[in-house]
Design a protein around this ligand. Structure first.
Ligand code: SF4
Ligand code: SF4
Length: 457
């Protein structure tokens, strides 16, 4: 078994509810609501208007910056609105609403490229960019940016099949049901980065997938090595995965590219394969629907833009006692208040809770046990960072490297005092980023004013 990383926790993985359930196709809804931001970076600009007919796979939102990713229609039909609609991040976001004609008429732009074996790394990267591929493990960072900034620097390509968050089994099912897409995508990544071998990291609780992949890799003589990793949260965090596989540590404030690594999620890798060999952009998502509040937990293939409510209904609805619905896993997911919000490229799970999972107490109290520091995979001191955040001590927070917090939630999970640790670090990071943006804007305004004054003189 591969090496490991510092800290981490061992929550009950709760995957048994869905890990043997094949992916079912959710019937596409009457309307899809597709937000113009489904990625990290600049939102897209709609390129369709009310009344337009669109085909499945047609571009409907164009990227407005390098760090952005185009967005495509997930059904064919008529655009009935281009307006702000509820987004899964809790805001209202400009969205394209398409009335489904149930024809799934494929756009002529969706076609395999000719001679894929002859494409250069740059041409392959362009295909990835045009297909709107982003980090589908949840990070949603545009994949073409990660590739183009890594070419020439990266000597180790890693496929992240850890899927370490409890309940989630969508990547596990992709590995079992479409191993050829993942292996095919890994081969393309090997060509793009010109490496002899790609590493695929998978946790030891998915041995059936690891064995199947090894068999397929052997049959194909594919340049992929399956590395079985300890089942420990957050094994799937990029920096921890790099350390487990290579033994190298990402320096504080750095990215995996700083140690020659590039990490791609399982479905992202499969999406690269589909973009090249089928011409298919990202228009669907595999979602695990599970948790104590779900009547029939399932793995579903859903069109991007499908309202959360449709997934819940297809799974028999939610228990009356449901008190919380999450998008994503229990450690890093976001609470959803409106089930009209659509699923996006990042949605790997919808969880509903109705039992005694809630750990909130009326008066969270630190007992100074130090367990939060013991489990922090980034070697941080959560207890002190929490106190600094509560007291608004921003300089001390920065000195404590709060910006290196990967928001994994391991400290919150282990804390016997039930402090809302990760929540306070998210808030702190947001405040620091806002202050930096304000300082930059002020400096730019000052420089502009001085330049204008000089011109007048
Ligand atoms: S784990 Fe919780 S109670 Fe223990 S030191 Fe950290 S913040 Fe305090
Ligand atoms: S949420 Fe941040 S501080 Fe807490 S364990 Fe994870 S990396 Fe450490």
């Amino acid at each position: 078994m591969a090496q490991s990383f510092f800290g981490g926790v061992h929550p009950n993985d709760k995957k048994a509810a869905t890990n043997k359930k094949p992916i079912e196709k959710l019937p596409p809804p009457a309307q899809v609501v597709i937000p113009m931001s489904l990625h990290i970076g600049a939102p897209c600009k709609p390129v369709v208007a009310v009344g337009d007919h669109v085909n499945m796979g047609q571009l409907i939102g164009e990227a407005t910056a390098f760090v952005s990713a185009p967005i495509h229609a997930s059904v064919s039909g008529t655009v009935v609105a281009v307006e702000p609609r509820p987004h899964f991040n809790g805001t209202n976001m400009l969205s394209v609403v398409i009335e489904n004609d149930y024809q799934d008429t494929l756009d002529p732009s969706v076609k395999p490229v000719e001679n894929p074996e002859s494409l250069t790394p740059e041409q392959l990267t362009e295909i990835v960019k045009n297909a709107g591929i982003v980090g589908l493990g949840g990070a949603t960072f545009p994949t073409h940016v990660k590739i183009s900034s890594g070419i020439g620097k990266v000597d180790t390509v890693i496929i992240n099949s850890s899927e370490c968050e409890p309940y989630i089994t969508s990547d596990h099912r992709i590995l079992l049901e479409s191993p050829e897409e993942v292996i095919g995508g890994a081969k393309l990544l090997a060509r793009i980065f010109q490496v002899d071998k790609v590493h695929l990291g998978i946790e030891s609780n998915k041995m059936n997938a690891a064995q199947l992949l090894r068999q397929k890799i052997e049959e194909e003589k594919a340049p992929v090595a399956v590395e079985v990793l300890h089942t420990r949260y957050p094994q799937g965090a990029e920096k921890q995965l790099c350390q487990s596989i290579t033994g190298r540590q990402v320096p504080p404030g750095g990215l995996p590219a700083a140690i020659g690594c590039a990490v791609f999620n399982t479905d992202t890798t499969a999406a690269i394969y589909r973009a090249v060999y089928q011409g298919m952009p990202v228009i669907r998502r595999i979602v695990t629907v599970s948790g104590s509040g779900i009547m029939e937990p399932k793995n579903l293939e859903c069109r991007i833009g499908t309202p959360i409510a449709e997934l819940l209904n297809f799974c028999g609805g939610v228990s009356e006692k449901t008190y919380k619905i999450l998008m994503g896993g229990p450690m890093m997911g976001n609470a959803q208040h409106d089930t009209d919000a659509p699923i996006g490229k990042c949605t790997n799970a919808i969880l509903a809770f109705a039992a005694d999972e809630e750990r909130t107490v009326e008066h969270p109290t630190c007992i100074r046990c130090g367990r939060c520091a013991d489990v922090c995979p980034m070697h941080l001191q959560p207890l002190f960072m929490y106190q600094y955040e509560r007291k608004g001590m921003m300089e001390e927070l920065q000195a404590a490297n709060v910006m290196d917090c990967i928001e994994c939630g391991a400290c919150t999970y282990i804390c016997p005092g039930r402090l809302h640790l990760v929540h306070s670090f998210r808030t702190a990071k947001q405040k620091i980023n806002n202050a930096k943006a304000a300082a930059k804007a002020a400096a730019e305004a000052k420089a502009k004013a001085e330049a204008e004054k000089k011109k007048e003189d």
